[in-house]
Structure formats: structure tokens, C-alpha cells
Design a binder for this molecule. Structure first.
Ligand SMILES: NC(=O)c1ccc[n+]([C@@H]2O[C@H](COP(=O)([O-])OP(=O)(O)OC[C@H]3O[C@@H](n4cnc5c(N)ncnc54)[C@H](O)[C@@H]3O)[C@@H](O)[C@H]2O)c1
Length: 342
């Protein structure tokens, strides 16, 4: 690998555009190519970033020869595109979720291991230092036995949002509110409370939009450590209400709004003043791109450092997998006959 990391990106839509703005600000890297199957989008990024553009993904990998590829394509393409890159020895930084098909996620992790390339998944809320303190406190037993962890994601998406890109809300490439909007909170709850052993109840439905998958749902889970929780996710809530996670154990409790810790105490003492300053991260409650990019920036920089230092990134494939596993369990409970993925 040369001194400057060679960066490529597939998927020049909304999120790809945001990644490209961030990549341009990072020193010692060079953007060597972008790829999008829609010619107009590929050409627009070519003009904006003065970089070569490809329509065909495999050709792009072979000709641009990046060290790292950012995958910002529809969620159901992530694992197969990641596998193609990893098989060529290219490191993979993937937007959330790692994929919507757990079997493909496992293949992606296995190929990355075999080829000794780094695999990262963007879950930007994990970059909040204050949330990290809460997570470590829980992991070290400071909150006692965890009794409950619940999340609520009450967001709004217009019908136009689902109509404007043909992959949105489809079982093949996206899934619904749980896999697209809710996945951040599924990851966050597993990060804090540990793996989910069982989805005890799941009611998902398409309530107020036209899409194949769900736009609202309520789920009850039992964690492997015995704790209980509920997960409520919707894109039907206008105006959108905040994204909330609440967790409590025998010795304390915490509440997070998006990535921001808004309540934290142990043994009857309020510990909010002990937390590091908050990182500005908002959640895209009504507009997917009305998010601050501080978390993305931190995660991309960590991933580049992980490649240079030959270490795992902060959110690697194994860290990102349990959210897809939980998603799979929820969909299996609610829709036993649905096949997710291409
Ligand atoms: N981390 C976050 O907060 C966040 C926010 C929004 C989106 N995302 C994720 O980013 C990903 C992309 O979402 P988006 O909103 O940018 O979607 P988008 O539709 O705006 O962009 C996707 C792009 O991929 C291109 N594409 C589709 N198939 C392709 C193929 N086979 N080869 C090359 N290009 C192909 C499309 O033409 C499109 O330009 C999704 O997985 C989504 O979950 C993450």
C-alpha cells in the first residue's frame, strides 16, 4: 500500500455524497474513483470531485484499484459488493446495515477474515464519548444487573421518500422502518444491554405509506442476560418525536436521545456532570440527510487509522452483525414467510 490511502466509493446518492464531502477533508488519502449504476449520478460526482467514475462495480474495483471502498449503495447490495472488494484484497467500509441478509453478512465477515482486510460498518452514534462511558460502565457491572432496555424511534418519512428511489421499502434491497431507520437503535441497544436471546412478540405493519415492508411496529424482547425490552419504530410520526433509548439496572439508569446521553446516574447519584462534552449528532427524524456528520467523520478517520495500523476498527463486522441478527429475528417473528435480500 502506498503512503496515501487510495479511496473508492460505490453509491453516489444521498449518503455517498456525504461520505465524499468528508473524504475530501481527510489528509493523506486520495479519492481514486466513484461508481454508480445511474450515469447522471456518477457523472455528477465525477465533476464535483474531479475523479474518474464507473457505472460497473467490478470494473471500477479492477481499474480504480482502491485500498478501501466505501459502500453507500442500497442495503441489500452491501454484502455482495463487500465480498467482491474483499476478494480483491480491498478493505471495506460499509454504510449501515452490513446487509439485510444475515447469511450474506456471515459470508462477508468470513471473506474479510480470510483475505485479512478490515471490515467496518457505520454506526455513527457509537462515536459519542459520553455514550461510550455509559457503555463501559454497564459492561464493567457499574449499573448492576440490567433489568430493562427499550428504544423508541418515532420518525417521519413522506410517501415521496419511498417513491423516489425504487429500492426503498422493498424486501429485496431495504426492508422497512426497522431495517432502515430503526437499525441504529437496534445496534445501540445491543451495544449497551448485550445480545437479544428471544423476540417474544412482534407486530409490524404497513400503516400509512405504500411500500412492501413495514412503516411501524412494536416488538418485545428478552436479552441473553435476562433483561426485558420493547422496540417501537415508525416512519409515520409527524412531527417526528425524538429517538430515545432507556436502560436501567439494579444500580442505576441512563437515557439517550440519538447519540446524546440525557440522563445518567448510579447508586442514587446524578452523574451527568462527569460525562465528556456531547458530540453534536442529530438523528434525521424527518429528513435522512439533516444529520450532523461528526459521527461519520470520526468513524471514517478511525477506519483509515485501523487500515494503517492493521487493527480492528471501532465498529467491525462482528460488532455490526448482531443488529442484523436481531432484525432477522424480528422479521421472522412478524412475517414468517418473507424472504429478505436479493
Ligand atoms: N448512517 C446513516 O445515518 C445513514 C443515513 C442514510 C442512509 N444510510 C445508508 O446508506 C445507504 C444508501 O442510502 P442513500 O439514502 O444514500 O440511498 P440513495 O438511493 O440516495 O443512493 C444509493 C445509490 O446507489 C446506487 N446504486 C444502486 N445499485 C447500484 C449498483 N449495483 N452499483 C452501483 N451503484 C448502485 C443508486 O443509483 C444510488 O445513486 C443505505 O444502505 C442506507 O441505509 C445511512
Amino acid at each position: 500500500m502506498t503512503d496515501k490511502l487510495r479511496i473508492g466509493l460505490v453509491g453516489c446518492g444521498g449518503m455517498g455524497n456525504e461520505h465524499l464531502k468528508l473524504i475530501a477533508r481527510i489528509p493523506h488519502v486520495s479519492l481514486v474513483g466513484v461508481c454508480d449504476q445511474r450515469e447522471a449520478r456518477a457523472q455528477r460526482m465525477r465533476a464535483q470531485h474531479q475523479v474518474q467514475a464507473w457505472l460497473d462495480y467490478e470494473k471500477f474495483l479492477d481499474e480504480a484499484k482502491p485500498d478501501i471502498v466505501h459502500i453507500c449503495s442500497p442495503s441489500g447490495l452491501h454484502a455482495l459488493q463487500g465480498i467482491s472488494a474483499a476478494e480483491r484484497g480491498i478493505h471495506v467500509l460499509c454504510e449501515k446495515p452490513l446487509d439485510i441478509d444475515l447469511k450474506k453478512v456471515d459470508r462477508l465477515i468470513a471473506v474479510c477474515d480470510k483475505m485479512d482486510v478490515r471490515l467496518g460498518c457505520i454506526f455513527q452514534r457509537r462515536m459519542s464519548a459520553a455514550a461510550g462511558v455509559v457503555q463501559r460502565t454497564i459492561a464493567e457491572g457499574g449499573m448492576g444487573r440490567i433489568l430493562s432496555c427499550s428504544v423508541s424511534v418515532k420518525w417521519w418519512r413522506t410517501q415521496h421518500y419511498y417513491d423516489k428511489d425504487d429500492w426503498r421499502g422493498t424486501w429485496a434491497l431495504d426492508g422497512g422502518a426497522f431495517s432502515n431507520q430503526g437499525i441504529h437503535s437496534l445496534d445501540q441497544m445491543i451495544w449497551l444491554a448485550g445480545p437479544v436471546a428471544e423476540v417474544e412478540y412482534a407486530h409490524l405493519e404497513t400503516a400509512s405509506h405504500q411500500l412492501e415492508a413495514e412503516d411501524m411496529g412494536i416488538v418485545v424482547v428478552r436479552f441473553a442476560n435476562g433483561a426485558r425490552g420493547t422496540i417501537e419504530v415508525t416512519t409515520c410520526c409527524q412531527p417526528d418525536l425524538s429517538t430515545r433509548l432507556e436502560i436501567y439496572g439494579t444500580n442505576g439508569s441512563a437515557a439517550l436521545q440519538d447519540a446524546t446521553v440525557v440522563r445518567f446516574g448510579l447508586n442514587g447519584e446524578d452523574l451527568m456532570h462527569t460525562l465528556p462534552p456531547k458530540m453534536e449528532q442529530t438523528g434525521g427524524g424527518s429528513d435522512p440527510f439533516a444529520i450532523s456528520l461528526a459521527g461519520h467523520d470520526a468513524q471514517i478517520r478511525d477506519f483509515y487509522a485501523a487500515v494503517r495500523e492493521h487493527r480492528a476498527p471501532l465498529v467491525d463486522g462482528r460488532e455490526a452483525r448482531p443488529s442484523v441478527e436481531l432484525l432477522t429475528m424480528i422479521y421472522a417473528k412478524a412475517f414468517p414467510n418473507i424472504k429478505l435480500g436479493v
